[in-house]
Design a protein around this ligand. Structure first.
Ligand code: PMP
Length: 430
């Protein structure tokens, strides 16, 4: 059976008249894989229900947040109850302290957390705080890492910024770009060199501790540890962007799984249970620099919004009480990895599968994928065929090779096996 998406295409045509490119976030437009995007009507558990009447197995989980599957009842109920009490006050609530207390108990090495409305805001604010704390201007980021769309980060950014021809976006001033120093993921010597050449000027190094925006890339042994040492030796802060990995890889995120300590940690996605939430956290000494205590300004009309905090609290409480979720998810991801690997190897198709916890990606290349350059060696024509072949069979992958799959706990082993069978069908025609 081959699925067709006629109604989605017609909705996309209409959308393009009123919304730039028809979408509110670029990767949704399918530019990397061709064709029209799929329109969702509703979602439940591991499945998306499209406007065309199809049920798809979902491997993006809203790009991460829906770790427990869509419309997870405790989260939905919490939002409904909160809504009845008013949707925003712009005043403090007890709920904000409850979720902050839980975040601080789950996340290693942090005393306080500030809530914002997106991962972009979290990373932007974290860097401002690092600059304010150290009194320095420059930051180091890695090619292919994505930290949201604020100006300082749109320098060789990953994710949609790759597809849309503007890893260095027009609109970012030269002055801003000059303060962002670029390094290669998994190349510690280069980071050391940059520190050497910019003595006493680096405020922080920001990194995705497990990268998910050039596909999934894991740090090689000693890489994060080495950056930690360089930061300490040079008086710079180490910022972990855990927007993807936070509350997904483990209760304590990548700090827990890698054992490397960060100074500021940014969160997004899972922390909001699918509502617009981001957060950044650090130890007291750093957070004291933030307004209203200190001079580093940061604010938000809707920050700590009661609906968003209710969803986030219900999500985090469930994860905190059921840490086996992380183990189950990693096992499911391994099962999918092994299944796809076996099919592609049998068929003799060049590929690399990278995996960490419930994140993974398939790259059609014979080279190990360890940084942006090696990720870019992937054969995009094969990726497109792979993506569309699976979509035709009711399976929804991220529509770009520069994205990670995010597995959700509602996926059954039957769903995973169906996916592997579909992969077999797709590549049998190659
Ligand atoms: N950091 C990382 C690691 C991300 O993956 C993303 C989004 N995919 C962001 C920051 C930005 O988050 P948002 O889209 O919520 O602004």
């Amino acid at each position: 059976m081959s699925f067709t998406y006629k109604r989605s295409s017609s909705l996309f045509n209409e959308a393009q008249k009123y919304i730039p490119g028809g979408v509110n976030s670029p990767v949704r437009a399918f530019n990397a894989v061709g064709g029209d995007p799929v329109y969702v009507k509703s979602a439940k558990g591991a499945y998306l229900h499209t406007e065309d009447g199809h049920q798809l197995i979902d491997y993006i989980a809203s790009w991460g947040p829906m770790i427990l599957g869509h419309a997870f009842e405790p989260v939905v109920d919490a939002v409904i109850e909160a809504t009845k009490k008013g949707t925003s006050y712009g005043m403090p609530t007890e709920l904000e302290t409850q979720i902050a207390k839980l975040v601080v108990s789950m996340a290693p090495n942090v005393d306080q957390v500030r809530m914002v409305n997106s991962g972009t805001e979290a990373c932007m604010s974290a860097v401002r705080l690092a600059r304010g704390f150290t009194g320095r201007d420059k930051i180091i980021k890695f090619a292919g890492c994505y930290h949201g769309h604020s100006d300082s980060f749109l320098i060789q950014a990953g994710s949609g910024a790759v597809t849309f021809g503007s890893p260095n976006s027009p609109g970012v001033t030269i002055g801003t770009a000059q303060d962002t120093l670029l390094a290669t993921y998994n190349n510690l010597d280069q980071v050391a060199e940059i520190f050497e050449k910019n003595k006493d000027q680096i405020a922080c190094v920001i990194i995705e501790p497990i990268a998910g925006n050039m596909g999934c890339i894991v740090p090689q042994e000693g890489f994060l540890e080495g950056i930690r040492e360089l930061c300490d030796a040079n008086g710079a802060l180490f910022v972990f962007d855990e927007v993807m990995t936070g509350f997904r890889l483990a209760r304590g995120g990548a700090q827990e799984t890698t054992g490397v300590k960060a100074d500021i940690i940014t969160y997004g996605k899972v922390i909001g249970g699918g509502l617009p939430v981001g957060a950044f956290a650090a130890r007291q000494e750093i957070m004291n620099h933030l307004a209203p205590l200190g001079p580093v300004y940061q604010a938000g009309t809707l920050s700590g919004n009661p609906l968003a905090m209710s969803a986030g609290l219900a999500m985090l409480e469930h994860l905190n009480d059921n840490p086996d979720v992380f183990v189950n998810l990693a096992q499911k991801t391994e099962h999918l990895h092994k299944g796809i690997e076996s099919v592609l190897s049998t068929k003799g198709i060049d590929h690399q599968i990278n995996r960490c916890g419930s994140m993974m990606s398939v790259h059609f290349t014979d080279q190990p994928v360890i940084d942006f350059e090696s990720a870019a060696t992937g054969n995009n024509e094969w990726f497109k065929k792979f993506f569309h072949g699976l979509l035709d069979r009711g399976i929804y992958l991220p529509p770009s090779a520069f994205e990670s799959y995010f597995l959700n706990d509602a996926l059954s082993y039957e769903d995973l096996d169906r996916t592997v069978t579909a992969v077999e069908e797709v590549v049998s025609k190659w």
